[in-house]
Design a protein around this ligand. Structure first.
Ligand SMILES: Nc1ncnc2c1ncn2[C@@H]1O[C@H](COP(=O)(O)OP(=O)(O)O)[C@@H](O)[C@H]1O
Ligand SMILES: [Mg+2]
Length: 253
């Protein structure tokens, strides 16, 4: 098992109960999808897995590669291979994408006692991945998310995923704000990134478009009011598309 979440309860620092008993098991090679109405707790779950400090874990455990990571800082989780793309990426004027990514990679390498990546190596890699993503050459020298369009921010998140090559990636609404060409590009890149023996992805989304482009099967979960109230296969997406979430809200009052 890559990720095993058991009976996870988490509150915001001001005491609001957000996650109310999450159970989720993800194996290497699997794609899992979380859908659900706004304010259900999807981004909070992503943040809690990545180790954001804004939440108190009240109960439950998160095991990653059989280690309980609940008390690990975000950087240690990242060294272990967890990567979260943000729903709303932060703008950092003054820090270029390429320097940011280089520092991230080298910090992970350092934690693993590996040699630092050279500027030459990183540039070669960045060029290759930029062209996969149809990103123009100059893009990686821009300041992180500074003045980016919504779509550029999302492409930048995927660029980081490809550069860091994490074992477990959470894509929080990576498809929001992408035009149809960018969505196709991102889907193609995700398809090429997925490796049945090496990594897993958790996709948080409101739309089926991205899911329709995926080549691999996935397991879908509906998160509502802090709980996963239904899990299933692709067919569940059809039901949600047709019926919305009213039936779920009614049955889970
Ligand atoms: N740090 C926080 N402090 C207070 N409330 C929060 C915090 N983070 C999330 N919430 C609240 O928890 C609920 C779930 O938020 P979120 O996880 O962002 O939902 P989703 O991603 O499913 O739309 C919302 O009502 C949100 O306002
Ligand atoms: Mg969210």
């Amino acid at each position: 098992m890559l990720l095993k979440i058991t009976n996870l309860h988490a509150n915001s620092k001001n005491g609001k109960e957000i996650l109310k008993g999450i159970n989720l098991n993800i194996k290497v090679g699997e794609i899992h999808v979380i859908m659900g109405p706004n304010a259900s707790g999807k981004s909070t779950l992503a943040s809690v897995i990545a180790g954001k400090q804004d939440y108190n874990i009240i109960k439950g455990n998160i095991l990653f590669l059989n280690k309980n990571i609940i008390n690990f800082s975000p950087d240690i989780r990242s060294h272990l291979g967890i990567f979260l793309t943000f729903q709303n990426p932060t703008e950092i004027p003054g820090l270029s994408i390429i320097n940011f990514v280089k520092n991230s990679i080298n910090s992970i390498r350092k934690a693993k006692n590996l040699q630092q990546i050279s500027s030459r190596e990183i540039l070669l890699k960045a060029r290759k991945i930029s062209s996969l993503l149809n990103i123009e050459k100059k893009f990686i020298y821009r300041f992180l998310n500074d003045g980016f369009s919504g779509g550029e921010k999302k492409l930048n998140e995927i660029f980081q995923m490809m550069m860091l090559n994490p074992i477990f990636t959470i894509l929080d609404e990576i498809d929001s704000g992408l035009d149809i060409d960018a969505l196709r590009t991102v889907s193609r890149v995700i398809n090429s990134f997925i490796n049945k023996k090496k990594n897993s992805i958790l996709i948080i989304t409101h739309y089926r478009r991205l899911l329709d482009y995926l080549n691999s099967d996935f397991i879908i979960h509906i998160l509502y009011n802090g709980k996963i109230i239904k899990s299933g296969t692709k067919q569940l997406v059809d039901v949600i598309e047709k019926e919305g979430y009213d039936w779920i809200k009614k049955n889970n009052k």
